[in-house]
Design a protein around this ligand. Structure first.
Ligand code: G
Ligand code: G
Ligand code: MN
Ligand code: NA
Length: 258
């Protein structure tokens, strides 16, 4: 209840900020896109993790206005990165946002206001979006995603491999990119084990046979990046390359010679 009151104030007072985590092309090792990650800096308090407040925001419906702010801000920030470096931006979208009848208008409005071209925007949804949805709800969400996709916006499935029935969702959802959950790259003290690698390999084969582009999340070591490159994973994201950083630090990363 306290958290919820805090979130209401945060929306009213503009206490949210975005950080961006680079996603690197495994062949060229250059940044090809960034993921926007929401941060809440309440005055006089420690930063609250989205892992703690996003579920509360979802349950209360506050994720709809918060998510609209994220979309608007991420598109504004990305306009410069896209025009200078061709970098696209990925935004996490919660289930409640996809169920909002205004969602398509919100996304297209964020693009129009910022001037960001649709091909520079990726929407990240999770498999859980489809869980507990009725057939009719699923149909509406799929139609919305198709509408956005027909404009050139790309859709990514986030945290792939952690939900249920992953494969059946791939058939139903209009998708362009598959993000392999960090659980597959981070198991154990010595990094991913052979079972993780076998599963990663299977997911990559599946993705590529469906024509999907792939991103491995949670890549922390050069050894893991080598394995992923050998398995023909397209891109990687993780502490090996960069943690999520603020706008100024990302500018510096993009401008650094490589
Ligand atoms: O950045 P961090 O690892 O703390 O993020 C924790 C979780 O919060 C992740 O699952 C991430 O997808 C989610 N998250 C981060 N930013 C956003 C956002 O803008 N919207 C939504 N819905 N989830 C977010
Ligand atoms: O669920 P989602 O993929 O949106 O979550 C992204 C979050 O994962 C980021 O907020 C970031 O803090 C976290 N993250 C990103 N890279 C790494 C990594 O290499 N290792 C770990 N442990 N967490 C990571
Ligand atoms: Mn994500
Ligand atoms: Na993820």
């Amino acid at each position: 209840v306290e958290l919820l009151a805090g979130l209401r104030r945060a929306v009213a007072m503009g206490e949210f900020v975005l950080e961006y985590q680079p996603v690197v092309d495994l062949v060229t090792e250059r940044i090809s896109s960034v993921e926007a990650l929401l941060r809440w800096d309440a005055p006089g308090a420690a930063r609250v993790s989205p892992a703690d407040f996003v579920p509360v925001a979802e349950e209360s419906g506050l994720i709809v206005p918060i998510g609209a702010w994220v979309l608007g801000q991420a598109c504004v920030d990305a306009t410069d990165w896209y025009s200078r470096f061709g970098i696209s931006v990925a935004v996490n979208v919660a289930t409640a946002q996809l169920r909002d009848p205004e969602f398509v208008t919100t996304v297209l409005g964020a693009l129009r206001f910022s001037g960001l071209p649709p091909q520079a925007l990726v929407l990240e949804i999770t498999e859980s979006t489809m869980i507990a949805a009725t057939a009719a709800e699923t149909e509406i969400v799929v139609a919305r995603l198709q509408q956005l996709r027909s404009r050139g916006i790309r859709i990514a499935i986030d945290d792939f491999g952690t939900g249920y029935s992953s494969l059946s969702y791939l058939r139903r959802l209009p998708v362009d990119i598959l993000k392999i959950d960090r659980a597959f790259s981070m198991e154990g003290p010595e990094g991913a084990d052979s079972e993780d690698t076998a599963l990663t390999k299977a997911i990559l084969q599946l993705s590529h046979s469906l024509g999907l582009s792939t991103v491995a999340e949670g890549v922390e070591t050069a050894e893991r990046a080598d394995v992923l490159r050998e398995l023909r994973c397209d891109r990687a994201q993780g502490f090996l390359y960069s943690k999520p950083v603020d706008v100024r630090a990302l500018d510096a990363l993009l401008e650094a010679p490589h």
